[in-house]
Design a protein around this ligand. Sequence first.
Ligand code: 6PG
Length: 238
Amino acid sequence: MTQVKVLSDKPALIAHALDLIVDKIHTTLDQQAQFTIALAGGSTPKPLYEALAQKSLPLEKIHIFWGDERYVPGDHPDSNQRMARQAWLDQVDFPTVNIHPMPTGRNDPSVDAQTHNQELQEFFGVKTGELPTFDIILLGMGDDGHTASLFPQTEALTVSDRLITVGNKDGQPRLTFTYPLINNARCVIFLVAGDNKRPALAEIFSPNGDETLYPAKAVKPQGELLWLLDEAAGAQLK
Ligand code: 6PG
């Protein structure tokens, strides 16, 4: 099921996403013992993470992952892990074992990608060829239509035999969830704000859009797909 919601501005988008996520955490934990969420990087979700830090949540039952990571140390200014820790995770009492960052320390992205692939298999108790199911995967979208670190016309778009692969942004390596892992989620939530995202959104919501040029278009989860847009990004889609 795909739903597109256009909110009046970015604060309204963040507030709506916050309510949605907090509600999903509670309803999911009524049914199962733990909740798994993969965080998006970039700048859009930072105020959402800051707002989540103000909420009283059953942190011991929530497990945090990332959908992609720049191939830099965890304390580097470009690190998605660092952003989420500063905005949320280090502001509250998360058990350390509940935070599962993408490893970037082996000086070889493909080795670290394989390591994280195994870490996910162990955590979710799945074998090679089986797919874990995240409760929520948060995604952003670049103005080129990329999502996670699945960039236009890159090899990562074609990887379907593993959970984690090496993405490539202008020659800079990144670790990223693959499409099969993303599309096996119970719920994928895109957070997209700003008029610079309009052209890519027009392509993604066009029947003729090219998925290799606009990779976010190929996100078609088995579960829910929610696009949360601000007016600046999504006015033409209303
Ligand atoms: C990253 C993100 C990336 C991001 C988009 C949108 O590591 O940068 O995972 O996919 O979500 O580039 O970024 P903004 O939210 O900053 O526009």
